[in-house]
Every structure is written in structure tokens, then in C-alpha cells.
Design a binder for this molecule. Structure first.
Ligand code: PLP
Length: 404
């Protein structure tokens, strides 16, 4: 029973009942209208055209290109395969500069091609790769740059474009978090040589698994299409090195179905974001991402920074939430440079990413998406406030729990 004098006892870490019976996830899939999806799947089976540039893949590609105002969308079997194709098709070689504060796939896509990832630090406000630091890392060995737009906001793509143009370097963006975002009235998708989306189940728009490479470069788009399909340019005619990176028809059907629901999904995410900011704004030690007037965001993630001055450290707060069945996550922790194979390969560099290390200790992602209600969010904010207000007691509950 919650008590006025000992309110912390209502917290699950201190023996209370968990606030949620079902776990709340950071990225519960947005599914769209099931009947519309199943109608499309039936149609696919009736046509017996399951993959290889079918009608649904072509319709999905056209819709995604339109949404991002780009000439070409090349749909792929995953975002990671899209990145691999982009790295190869843009002719990257040698060392490729990218942030360490990203999902591991960005680094793997480089290393998988036999190239060497060189990790660059981030700026502390939006957690994006810092173009001034990229400039300092460029050497005669540098053969490409990958910028990553994270948290549903654009990185400084304009500065990276200027730098890469000046240096004659291929530039790819990992836009897995940036569907529908824009910077200075320019849609994401048109920056650099190409940009790569992910439609993984946890992303704002999913195709079960899937991805896409967006570009305004006709020649590059042609090469990507060849490489996506074993290099086939016609029947029995292979004209290029390639792999199997094709999106299938059922995936595209899912994508089209969720796309019909996208406005609502984005509105829910925006409302959830506002609800969290209202519920946690002004709590000492907690920070939120900034708003910039020149950008459009998709509010895909709720990122809370648990600063050193907060009453609990990030991992303590996460433990409190997990006990309540709120599956808060520390994304990109501890950073690619601290995971294999990169930690061994770049040992001498691991002390050179101080902002990445600091941010990776502070970031906590809270549940959002269409599966989370504003009542849920109100309850989550109450838990966070109570835990921080009674941090002393909560810490002893956590220590006692560890000893059990
Ligand atoms: C999800 C994600 C990827 C990988 O996409 P998949 O579709 O899962 O292969 C790459 N980079 C970032 C930043 C991501 O969040």
C-alpha cells in the first residue's frame, strides 16, 4: 500500500506491485490496419508474384520517394543491407569516418566490406557526429564519411556535405531514425550521395524487416538496383558484382499499410513527446533533446538524459523502471568503439571520444509509439519523480535487491 509517510514503498523495487502487468517497450511495432494488410497479402498470393520488383515493392518505393521528395528509392531486405550497398556503390575505400554513437550496424556495414571504421566524437547537444571533428580526422587514407541522423532529428548534413565536396569524399547518411524529417526545408533522403532508411519492426514505419536507399543520383540508383539483385541486368546477363538485397512483396504490403497510418502514428508520437516533457520538465538533473526551428522531427524516440547532478544515476533509474515493467533502454551504450571487433582494433583510440562516453552514460529511452497511452506516460513520469524524490531510500532497496 502506498503510504503518505513512506511513499517509496509503492515502488516495485521496494516491494510494491509493478505498475504495469504487460511490459511497455521502447519500440513496440506500429502495425497499421490488419484487414488492409491481409487483403494485400491475399492479392500477392493470388498473383503468385512474391519478390523481384513486384507491384507492391514498386508502389512502396514510389510512395517513399514521394514522401522524401527524392528521385529514387531502392527498397532493400534490411537497413543494414541498404548501408552495405550504399558503402560499396558510392565507392568508399580505406578508412571511413563515422560516429561511434550509433547502432552497431553502421560500423558493421563498413567493416563487412573490408574497410576500416574510424570513429568520430559527437556534439553534446543533439548527440550527432561533429563536422569540425570529422575535418580533423580526415587523412590521405580517408575514403568516405557516414553521417547518422539519430533520435528522429537531422544531423548537421549541410556541413558534412560541404566538407565532403571540398575533400572529394563519398558521403552516405544512415537515416534509419529519420523517416519524414527535414533540415532547412530540405527533406532527409536528398543529402550526400545517398541516405539509408530502416523499416525494422521497431522503427516508426516498418515492413517487418526492410530498408531503402534514397538518392537523387540516377547513375548511383542504377548501380544500387544492379547490386541489390546479384548484378543482373537482364535474363542470363550479369553485369556487376552483387548480392541478394531485395525487399519482398509481403514486406512492401506491410510498409504500404503502415504508411496509410503514418500521420496518426506521428501525431501520437508528438503527443507522447509533449506529455513526457510536461511530466518531467523541471525535474532536477533530467534533460531533453533541443527543438530547432529549421528542422522537422518524427518524435520517434523519447530520450531523457540523466545528468550527473540527478539524484539517481541512469542505471539506477533504469532498474527502478524495469521493476515496474517499463522497459526503458540505454541505446547505443557503450558505443561501437567499446564493442567487438572495434574495441580490440582501435584500442589506442578509446580515450578519444569523451563526449560519446559521457552521453552513453546518460541516455535513457522511454516507451512511446501507438502502444503507449498518455495515462501510461503519466504513470511513468510519477514513478520517475517519486524515485528521484526518494532517491536515498530507493538506493537502499536496489542494494538490498542485489544482495538477494
Ligand atoms: C535500425 C538501425 C539500423 C539497422 O537497420 P536494420 O533495418 O535493422 O538492418 C542502422 N542504423 C541505425 C541508426 C538504426 O537505428
Amino acid at each position: 500500500m502506498p503510504s503518505a509517510t513512506e511513499p517509496w514503498r509503492s515502488l516495485a523495487v521496494c516491494g510494491g506491485t509493478p505498475s504495469f502487468r504487460e511490459p511497455l517497450h521502447v519500440g513496440r511495432p506500429n502495425q497499421g490496419e490488419r484487414r488492409r494488410f491481409l487483403t494485400r497479402v491475399n492479392d500477392i498470393l493470388d498473383r503468385r508474384w512474391l519478390t523481384n520488383d513486384g507491384v507492391y515493392v514498386r508502389e512502396f518505393e514510389a510512395a517513399i520517394a514521394d514522401l522524401h521528395s527524392v528521385r529514387h528509392c531502392v527498397a532493400t531486405s534490411s537497413g543494414t543491407v541498404g548501408l552495405e550497398l550504399a558503402v560499396r556503390a558510392t565507392g568508399m575505400r580505406g578508412e571511413v569516418i563515422l560516429p561511434s554513437f550509433t547502432f552497431i550496424a553502421t560500423a558493421h556495414a563498413v567493416a563487412w566490406q573490408g574497410l576500416v571504421p574510424v570513429f568520430c566524437d559527437i556534439e553534446p547537444i543533439g548527440h550527432h557526429i561533429d563536422p569540425a571533428l570529422v575535418e580533423r580526422l580526415v587523412t590521405h587514407k580517408t575514403g568516405g564519411v557516414i553521417g547518422v541522423h539519430i533520435w528522429g532529428r537531422p544531423c548537421d548534413a549541410v556541413a558534412l556535405e560541404a566538407l565532403c565536396q571540398r575533400r572529394g569524399l563519398p558521403l552516405v547518411f544512415d537515416a534509419a531514425h529519420a523517416l519524414g524529417c527535414s533540415l532547412d526545408q530540405r527533406m532527409i533522403g536528398g543529402f550526400g550521395d545517398c541516405e539509408v532508411l530502416s523499416f525494422h519492426a521497431t522503427k516508426v514505419l516498418n515492413t517487418l524487416e526492410g530498408g531503402a536507399v534514397l538518392t537523387n543520383n540516377d547513375e548511383l540508383a542504377g548501380r544500387l538496383r544492379l547490386m541489390r539483385n546479384f548484378g543482373f541486368r537482364g535474363l542470363d546477363d550479369v553485369g556487376h558484382m552483387g548480392t541478394n538485397g531485395k525487399m519482398n512483396e509481403v514486406a512492401a504490403a506491410m510498409g504500404l499499410t503502415v504508411l496509410e497510418d503514418l500521420e496518426r502514428i506521428l501525431a501520437v508520437n508528438r503527443a507522447n513527446d509533449e506529455c513526457y516533457r510536461a511530466g518531467l520538465g523541471g525535474v532536477p538533473g533530467l534533460g531533453f533533446l533541443p527543438f530547432e526551428a529549421n528542422e522537422r522531427r518524427n518524435h520517434q524516440y523519447i530520450v531523457v538524459l540523466v545528468r550527473p547532478e540527478a539524484a539517481l544515476i541512469r542505471d539506477e533509474l533504469m532498474a527502478v523502471l524495469h521493476a515496474e515493467n517499463v522497459l526503458a533502454r540505454r541505446y547505443f551504450y557503450p558505443g561501437c568503439h567499446r564493442m567487438e571487433p572495434y574495441v580490440s582494433a582501435t584500442k589506442r583510440r578509446t580515450d578519444l571520444l569523451p563526449i560519446t562516453d559521457e552521453v552513453a552514460r546518460q541516455v535513457l529511452l522511454l516507451p512511446t509509439g501507438t502502444a503507449v497511452s498518455t495515462d501510461d506516460i503519466g504513470r511513468i513520469c510519477e514513478i520517475v519523480r517519486l524515485a528521484l524524490d526518494t532517491a536515498h531510500k530507493v538506493r537502499s532497496c536496489l542494494v538490498a535487491g542485489d544482495k538477494e
